[in-house]
Ligand binder design. Sequence first.
Ligand code: FES
Length: 130
Amino acid sequence: MSNAPQADSDSVNIGDLSDLRDGQLRSFAELGAHGIVVCRVDGQLHALVDNCSHADTPLSSGRLRGPVLVCPLHGSGFDVRDGSVQGPPAFEDVAIHAITETVDGAVVDLTPRMVDADDGVDIGARLRTR
Ligand code: FES
């Protein structure tokens, strides 16, 4: 059986990520328009669009500090749990992807979602502008 990601129309099984430890991240550059970065924090997987909202830099080249993924270019942080920006120079959140860890592998919803951190309401990716 192939280890390549297996996709249906809305989601993809990216395989077993049990080797991804707390504080680690992994890039899946082949997924979505900018790739997807998967992070493990407090035992839970989180997935974000792998693109900083400030200047189109892959966040997977950054570092995790607790739940905050720090952009390697100018240092803005994004909470991996909801994509919310934590400080300048970026001022917009990044989109997240739903991810579920199953016995058959981690399954990522390929539709990016924006979450309004102020009230936790998913406002949908298409409502955001730069
Ligand atoms: S490109 Fe990420 S903070 Fe500037």
